[in-house]
Every structure is written in C-alpha cells, then in structure tokens.
Design a protein around this ligand. Sequence first.
Ligand code: SAM
Length: 345
Amino acid sequence: MRAIPAQLETSESGHSLMDPFGRAITYLRVSVTDRCDFRCVYCMSEDMAFLPKRDLLTLEELDRICSAFVAKGVRKLRITGGEPLVRRDIMTLFGSLSRHLDSGALDELTVTTNGSQLARHAKDLAACGVRRINVSLDTLDPDKFRAITRWGDLAKVMHGLDAAQGAGLKVKINAVALKGVNEDELEALLEWAHGRGMDLTLIEVMPLGEIDGQRIDQFLPLSMIRARLAARYTLQDLDDRTGGPARYVRVKETGGRLGFITPMTHNFCESCNRVRVTCTGQLFMCLGQEDAADLRAPVRASESNELLDRAIVDAIARKPKGHDFIIDRRHSRPALSRHMSVTGG
Ligand code: SAM
C-alpha cells in the first residue's frame, strides 16, 4: 500500500473519507457503553472498573457523531459495546438513526450483542430497520457457557435468538475459538447454527486488555481448525465481503456460510474500511493501535459540526496501515491495554 495524503473527496454520490492508503472509510462501529452483563474470560477481568456515567456521550451526542460520519459517506453503522442492549433507552438511538436508512444515506444499521436482552428488544430493532444482527455465542453447553461468560445464562440467550428470528432478523453467530474450551465443539456449533439458518463466524482471540490468565493458553489458530473442518466437510470459498475482515466459505453439506476472522494468523488490513468510536467519543482508527482522536470535546464545544468534521477528517488522515498483534510466551503483556469492551467488537 502506498501512502497518499488523506482527503475529504467529493464525488457525485456525495462525500467520502479516504485514508492515507487510499481506503475509503464506509463503516463505523460505535460502542454505546463499556458495561456488560457478562464477564467473558477472554474479554474482561471479573472486577472491571467501568467509566463514570458523566464521561459517556449522551444518546443525542452519539447520534450527532454517527450522523456526521454518515454525511461523510459512511454506509454501514454497527452499534456495539460493552453490551449495547443494556444501555438505558438505547432504542431511542436506533429509532433516531433509522432516519438515515429511510433517506437512503445508510445501507445498514446493525448491532453486535451477547443476546441476553434480545427477547425484549428484537421486535423494536426490526421496527427500526435493523435487518441483520451478530450474536456472540461460544458454546452450546450451559455449564461451559456459564464458565466462559462467568455471569451468563444460556437459556436466556436461546430465548433471545428465538425472538430475533421470530422478528425476522437475520442472525450471524460469532464464536471466539478457545483452546481447550470450545475447541471440541466447533462442528456442533456449525451444524446447530446452519440448521437454524444462521451463518457462523469463528474468531481468533486477540491480545486486548489484561485478563485473568495467559492469552497463549486461550489462543487457537484458525488455520488448524479450518484444516480439521475441511477433512469432514466440503468448504467452498466464497467471494462474499460484508465490509468486515471475515473470509467466508459455503459448507456444502449444511448449505450454510462459515466465516473465519484471523487477525493473528492472517490479517486483512489492506482492505480495512472501518473506524471505531467509543462511548466516550474516542475515535480509534485501528482496533489494534493506540492512536485515537477525541470527538467529545468538539461535539461539546459547539452546536455546529464544523469542529467535529475537522476532527474526523484529521483523524482519518492518521489511520495506520494495520495492526501487529503477537501472542506468544515472550509477549505475556497484552498488545494493547484497552479491552475489547472499550473499543467495541
Ligand atoms: N457484548 C456484545 C457481544 O457480546 O457481542 C458486543 C461487544 S463484545 C466485546 C464483541 C465481540 O468481541 C464478541 O464476539 C466477543 O466474543 C469478542 N471479543 C471480546 N474480547 C475478545 C478478544 N480478546 N479477542 C477476540 N474477540 C474478542
């Protein structure tokens, strides 16, 4: 990739944010809270300190930031967290953002959730124009589920999945592949997900944030899993790109789609089209780097969007080429101090 000066390009279809490597930024992930009702062992430590409420952006401020990105050519918005569906009045944000779907400025409004609150929110999400959602689920075994999430109840998530599919939402299951934990269950997970008409994406664990225990003990390279699955199933490569880093195959025997997100063994930074905003308004240009731009100060400094727009354009001009995660015995410290729940998955 060759670096070119970042710019705000104007095209016939509107504006687009272009980073120094010529990648158009069309996908924004927004974390609306750092809080979660689970404590997944690979994501958080059990005694997490959460941000004081006054530091969080209000729902109106989150809307303003999302809308500023949409005006600059972002076509896909993913609401995440923490657990986004535990934020009070979160449906107000989905409701207000849905105007960008109605106007045609946005192609997709979606959410990543642990599923615990879906039973009460699925219908409202669908009414706000959400069509597809990602639900994180690493195991189908209730005891293992409790052990991984520390606080979660599998039955509640299953109930949430029923509600989501009942409301017409297309569901993709995301599972983090964990050595010695769900390693032996991935075939079962695949058959279950595809049997219910849901795609499944497997994810490699990333060295984000201090956790109880060692990352290397959790890490399972997906290259190994793919080879194992290929011995049992016919995996047909697909060209499908959903604007994410997953590479997809069709599993001939089940007819379903299977994705692999491999930030550790093979990154796809060259096609990265996304940036992330945290619930305090920090804009991260890369999940795997420390550099961030503060959007909360410009939002709070003025009612017009001039300062905010400038801050966004300046930040995109600094988007790095990619991340350089390493997990091994010599690198026992996390690559980054912040947890996935801060930047949003
Ligand atoms: N609470 C929501 C959920 O569970 O989907 C959204 C936030 S959660 C941080 C988003 C995703 O990040 C989940 O699929 C979770 O499994 C994944 N995740 C968390 N920490 C991770 C890590 N260190 N490496 C890889 N994936 C991680």
